[in-house]
Ligand binder design. Sequence first.
Ligand SMILES: NC(=O)c1ccc[n+]([C@@H]2O[C@H](COP(=O)([O-])OP(=O)(O)OC[C@H]3O[C@@H](n4cnc5c(N)ncnc54)[C@H](O)[C@@H]3O)[C@@H](O)[C@H]2O)c1
Length: 333
Amino acid sequence: KVLSFIRDTNAIVKDNNAKVAVLGASGGIGQPLSLLLKNSPLVGELSLFDIAHTPGVAADLSHIETRARVTGYMGPDQLNDALKGCDVVVIPAGVPRKPGMTRDDLFNTNATIVATLADACARNCPEAMICIIANPVSTPVPVMWFEIVMKKYGVYNPNRVFGVTTLDIVRANAFVAELKGLDPARVNVPVIGGHAGKTIIPLISQATPKVEFPADQLSALTARIQDAGTEVVKAKAGAGSATLSMAYAGARFTFSILDAMNGKEGVVECAYVRSEETECKYFSTPLLLGKQGIEKNLGLGKLSAFEEKLVAEAIGELKGSIKKGEDFVANMK
Ligand SMILES: NC(=O)c1ccc[n+]([C@@H]2O[C@H](COP(=O)([O-])OP(=O)(O)OC[C@H]3O[C@@H](n4cnc5c(N)ncnc54)[C@H](O)[C@@H]3O)[C@@H](O)[C@H]2O)c1
């Protein structure tokens, strides 16, 4: 989809000059994500920020014969410059869990990183579309932090802050295509809810083209999509989690945002956003994207009985993680 997108839009984006920042550009996700963005004619300037190694990553990418101008920024002192004038900011920054670190330590560290980046975005590019890959997306903390910090500066726009869940959609498309012998590039499975375990709800009943599975296969497929991250962690055997597929998914989401900003109509992506579609304040559903970000939340659509049950279970869990996120935020103040 990324490559066909590039071919399709080559003509219409001739004058497009979007400035896209990647925060966490030297990481396992950040590097291949930056490569995919550098390969796109939608990007006029690629601003790479990290606390380490960005000069090398930027120098390397800058030798690629595509038009995006690449600049590298390293360390907190250069964060403001990296963000000035950005149209889109993609955030795969974070730290992986290290030996001796509890889940709460990891949560605190990553949330603090996101809070710092949110503050810098609010000051330097308040109008930018914010695409958050960094965990914990499973709890609403990153999306919530952006809301709180941007409100503090009076620049919050819920239509422009996205928790990127595209990897769940990408995986659902790949797995359905594999089972049905379809071209994965033509399969589209909406995935709603949250971004962890049981809160990930693939809507196979709404897939295009239409597909059907016997009940046991549908349960196994749903479980595989929900647990696909573990499949990668196990296969990498201690060498990290999903990075290449996440980079692809992050690039796909960014291209859709840029496409919509360029005036293309009918661009739809699922993402974890401020929502009024369910009892959960934050929920992922298909979104119609436009020049100003979310144009319309397309909601949950018609669910099968199986999917309704999954949604009911997910809402309980999501409300718990939203509460955990709110408590965390309250304690940080
Ligand atoms: N949304 C998803 O579907 C999804 C999927 C996989 C991983 N993730 C998350 O994405 C994040 C990145 O994963 P990764 O595998 O690339 O990790 P990584 O450790 O390889 O890379 C993270 C990068 O962030 C940088 N960084 C740390 N603190 C920073 C700061 N304050 N400012 C800017 N950069 C900073 C690090 O230097 C590093 O280069 C993690 O939080 C991971 O849990 C999300």
